[in-house]
Ligand binder design. Structure first.
Ligand code: G3H
Ligand code: ZN
Length: 286
């Protein structure tokens, strides 16, 4: 059934787990995320980024309608989230399109401008029943800019500044820069565990991890232990899908029916979804 990100994150925070939030681009992504979550009996978030809307020729509704239908028919709770929103026009489409939450992304702006833009977005979101996440610090790696050096000064989220930012903006959750970078194609990122611990202690809103495709399984688990309650994954699905499709087409140069390769791509994404959710689960006590 369709639920909200706020509900799933609150539930995750209560049992010290994290909800996985996957970026969807095609109908196959939607079907794979729902099937993967069902296969491990876990709730999940389907998130549509502003970039994905641009890819869909600027239209939110075709993907949103498909995601709502998939959520309503799912055997597990599924929420819809609008991700990395910079456009106020897109933000305003969220409630009618079935989204219960948005991530408003003004992190590229200087602090005062990020705060002002985020506060205005949060006021609007709350007046329209939306749960809102914002970002402080630069996670980097978006828009083909290449991975930002995660160790660069200014790239990380400062705990004192984060506390003030949350209080002054009124956001419901904060995306923090603690060592991950968007769009990594190797799982070689390392978390700044000490900083994550300080952020967890300093903030009483849920913390969100972006760029999580770059983390190996043990770091995903450590992120949850460290207090992350929403984990965003995008690139890992594309690696799975594109790899499977490439392999299929190489082995079957005579293939014509798009369903043949989309099936293997969708199955590869389904397995990737199940693997991520499993990695986020706490290990059973020995
Ligand atoms: O908001 C989306 C996520 O941060 C996805 O990042 O594509 O590097 O996994 P990723
Ligand atoms: Zn992100």
């Amino acid at each position: 059934p369709l639920t909200t990100t706020g509900e799933l994150v609150a539930r995750a925070a209560a049992d010290r787990s994290a909800v996985a939030s996957f970026n969807i681009i095609t109908l196959e992504h939607i079907e794979a995320v729902v099937a993967g979550a069902e296969s491990v009996d876990a709730p999940v978030v389907l998130q549509v980024s502003e970039n994905a809307v641009a890819f869909r020729r600027g239209r939110l509704l075709p993907l949103a309608r498909a995601a709502v239908a998939a959520a309503e028919h799912a055997a597990v709770p599924v929420a819809l989230h609008l991700d990395h929103v910079r456009s106020d026009t897109l933000l305003r489409q969220a409630p009618d399109a079935g989204f219960g939450s948005v991530m408003y992304d003004a992190a590229r702006l200087p602090y005062a401008d990020n705060l002002a833009a985020t506060r205005a977005a949060a006021d609007w979101a709350h007046a329209h029943g939306l749960w809102i996440e914002a970002e402080l610090g630069e996670i980097g790696g978006k828009d083909g800019q290449g991975p930002l050096d995660a160790h660069a000064p200014g790239a990380r989220t400062d705990p004192d500044q984060a506390r003030a930012f949350v209080a002054d903006s009124g956001v419901d959750a904060l995306a923090v820069a603690v060592g991950t970078t968007h769009a990594m194609t190797t799982r070689t990122a390392a978390l700044d565990h000490a900083l994550l611990e300080r952020l967890s202690a300093a903030l009483d809103v849920p913390l969100v991890l972006h760029g999580s495709s770059g983390l190996p399984d043990e770091e995903l688990a450590a992120a949850v232990t460290g207090g992350i309650t929403k984990v965003n994954i995008g690139t890992a699905l594309n690696i799975a899908m594109t790899g499977a499709v490439r392999k299929y087409l190489t082995a079957h140069p005579e293939a014509v029916d798009s369903r043949d390769y989309l099936t293997v791509g969708r199955e590869a994404m389904t397995r990737a979804v199940a693997d991520v959710i499993t990695a986020l689960r706490p290990l059973p006590a020995p």
